[in-house]
Structure formats: structure tokens, C-alpha cells
Design a protein. Structure first.
Length: 397
């Protein structure tokens, strides 16, 4: 379960018990910060918490403020001063974080939980547009939200005079896969919106039910990925052996390629350690839309698998080659099954995020620079005048 889904679940559970709650959402960051736009923390009236907006340094202050909040408000934490003199926590991160605090009744929490749960369950990138501040004339309150996806033709949930402008910017954000906080100006009225890109959680298929697959499944599940296990041996794929798998698919060896379509995953690791099984699996994954196909074993074995797949009439062009990762995993000196599992899931994550997986210490520029695929550092855009959509810009640290 993703963090967003857990926050939604906690909100819903509190609402069922008739509890009020505070939902804290990071709506703007600048400079070096631990969490980015869209990080959330929910605090129920009985003290139950879920989620996080920092490494633990802001949560206590947010809980302290919770009792005195009756309407949505934005709290600004600025650690760019060497001594953090603005609010005195002495963290020294060198960044700014704005957090929207929303007091929610049980009814409001139920509605918010339903919205967030739908977004968390997405199978495609979406933009969640959240009102940060708004003048009275906009008829929108802090915390109001709308959702835009490639499937839905229009942004739903934020009506009023700003709707068309918000939708245009949401489409731009969705296209760029880059979250942003934007300040709009329309006929003298202003509204600040946090445009949060929510990417679907990774769906990984682990093909092979050997003992070395156990830590791979566990490591992927610890990252909230959706994990499918595929094998042709019912005894090896017994459910009690795979408590961390979301789904187990068992099929005859000659039907494994068809099972790949049922798995419906964008990443796969082939580790059955049986050549003919792996040929069948590789043929299936090459004909799927999976962006990542990892193959356990040495390069010469993978070349033999590719040759065997070609004899079946499967095209293995450069695009297919680029999807194949063999030997699977990052070069971190892994030896044990657990270490190899870390190397594998780290490589899948890097490919998913479009990163090179090098040392952060040698990376030029900011850690959260725009990579074209995931959310990134964001600040307010230039204000838009008249009826024109604003141009989004970002200050990277």
C-alpha cells in the first residue's frame, strides 16, 4: 500500500469512528528539503498519525498547531538561515517548505479519503490540483481539489471562473510530469494551486519461485510496489511461501508467455533458472509493453535466450534490446540473495524514474532536478495577468 493510500485509509477509518482530523500537505518547496510537493501527514483527534511531511522535524509543530486550527491555513517553515532563526528548530537543511493544514470533520475526512484513494489507485499519471489559497471571489476554499488524467477529458472537481485556466496548467504539468505550485491572477482575484503529479506505483512481475526470489518480492513490496509472482510449479508457488506477493499466477510451461499478458506489469525479472521456461517468459515480455525486463544470469546465457526467442518469430530490435537488462541489477558488489534483491529493485526504480543510478555525491546540480518522468522541485510561477495561463518556472537548488 502506498503512502497516499495509507493516508486515505487512516482518514477513512477516523471518519467511520466520527473523529475529526488535520490533513497536512506539502504544497510548496524551495531549496533543499527532505519531502517534496504532495507529501502528506494526517493526524486524527485521538492522536493517530499516518504519513510524513519531513524527516520528523516538522511533525511535532504541526501536531501542536492542530488544536487551534478552524479553517485551512498555510504554515511556512524556512531553514535557509544558518541558525534557522525564523522558527528556531536548528535543522540547517537550507530549504523552505509550505504546508497546508486542513481541519476536517468526519464527513469532510470521508470525502477527502475517497478522493485520495482513487488517485492512489491510478494506473496512469494524474495531476491532483489542490487549492492553497484563494480570494473570496473565486468561490474556492483551501484544500479543494480537482483531478486530471489522460483518460478524463476535463479536470473534475474545481469549478468556478478559474476552471479553464487551472485545467490548462494541469495539462501542461501532466505533459511535463513535473509538479509545480502556481499563483494565478484573474481580473484582480488570486488563487494559488499546488499541481501534484501522482505516478502509478510500480507493478513488478517476478518470474520464478525459487528461494532467491523471496527477498526480491519482499524488497519490492517494502517499496509499496504491486508484485506478481509467476511460475509453472504449484508447489513452489504455494501462497504460504509468498506472503508479500499481491498476486500469484501459475500456468503450464508452454503457457507462460500468455500468463505475461495477465500479469499486466511494466517491469519483470526473469529468474526461473530453467532455460526453456525463460525462453517462453522472455518471448512474452518482449511482446508486452513492459519498460524493464531483467534477466538473471550471465550475458552469454541471455544472448542464447534472445537467439531462441528469435526462432519463434519474435522481433528483437534495438528498442527491445534497450528494455533488456542483463545481468540484472546495479553493480553494488552484491553477493547474497538479499544483496542481489537490493541491486535488482534499485535498478528497476532507476529505470522507472529515468535516472542513471550513479552516486548522488557525483551528481551535478540538485537531486530533484526535472528528469522528464517524475515530480520535481517546484516554486510559485509568475503571476498570470488577464485571462492568460501562467508560464511555470522552477528554481532549482
Amino acid at each position: 500500500m502506498s503512502e497516499l493510500a495509507r493516508v486515505a485509509q487512516t482518514l477513512a477509518a477516523g471518519a467511520q469512528r466520527g473523529l475529526s482530523s488535520i490533513l497536512a500537505t506539502v504544497v510548496r518547496t524551495e531549496g533543499s528539503t527532505y519531502r517534496r510537493l504532495g507529501a502528506r501527514l494526517v493526524v486524527l483527534a485521538d492522536g493517530t498519525r499516518s504519513g510524513a511531511v519531513s524527516a520528523g522535524c516538522l511533525e511535532q509543530d504541526i501536531v501542536r498547531r492542530a488544536d487551534g486550527i478552524s479553517t485551512g491555513e498555510v504554515v511556512r517553515y524556512d531553514t535557509r538561515s544558518p541558525d534557522d532563526l525564523v522558527w528556531g528548530f536548528g535543522i540547517g537543511c537550507g530549504g523552505l517548505v509550505e504546508v497546508l493544514l486542513e481541519p476536517l470533520t468526519s464527513e469532510g475526512a470521508a470525502s477527502k479519503a475517497s478522493q485520495l484513494a482513487r488517485v492512489a489507485d491510478t494506473r496512469q499519471p494524474v495531476v491532483l490540483a489542490t487549492v492553497i489559497r484563494a480570494s473570496d471571489a473565486t468561490r474556492l476554499r483551501a484544500g479543494a481539489q480537482g483531478v486530471l488524467s489522460n483518460v478524463r477529458a476535463t479536470l473534475a472537481g474545481l469549478d468556478g471562473p478559474f476552471h479553464a485556466q487551472i485545467e490548462r496548467v494541469a495539462r501542461q504539468v501532466l505533459r511535463r510530469r513535473r509538479s509545480a505550485a502556481v499563483s494565478h491572477l484573474w481580473s484582480g482575484d488570486t488563487i494559488d494551486i499546488a499541481y501534484e503529479v501522482v505516478m502509478p506505483r510500480i507493478r513488478l512481475a517476478v518470474c520464478g519461485a525459487g528461494s532467491d526470489a523471496v527477498p526480491v518480492v519482499a524488497a519490492a513490496k517494502s517499496l509499496d510496489w504491486h508484485v506478481t509472482l509467476i511460475d509453472d510449479r504449484p508447489a513452489m508457488a504455494a501462497s504460504h511461501r509468498w506472503p508479500d506477493a499481491d498476486r500469484i499466477l501459475v500456468s503450464p510451461p508452454n503457457a507462460l508467455a500468455k500468463t505475461v499478458a495477465i500479469a499486466d506489469s511494466e517491469a519483470a525479472v526473469i529468474m526461473s533458472h530453467a532455460f526453456e521456461r525463460d525462453v517462453e517468459l522472455l518471448a512474452g515480455w518482449l511482446q508486452s509493453r513492459a519498460r524493464y525486463i531483467g534477466i538473471m544470469g550471465p550475458r552469454h546465457r541471455t544472448e542464447a535466450l534472445v537467439a531462441a526467442v528469435r526462432t519463434r518469430g519474435v522481433t528483437v530490435d534495438q528498442n527491445a534490446r534497450d528494455r533488456i537488462h542483463s545481468p540484472v541489477g546495479l553493480d553494488i558488489g552484491a553477493e547474497t540473495p538479499e544483496e542481489i534483491a537490493v541491486a535488482i529493485v534499485a535498478e528497476v526504480q532507476a529505470v522507472h524514474a529515468g535516472r542513471s543510478a550513479r552516486f548522488l555525491a557525483t551528481r551535478p546540480g540538485a537531486i530533484h532536478e526535472d528528469n522528464g518522468r517524475s515530480s520535481s522541485q517546484s516554486t510559485y510561477s509568475r503571476r498570470s495577468a488577464n485571462n492568460h495561463a501562467p508560464s511555470i518556472f522552477t528554481n532549482e537548488s
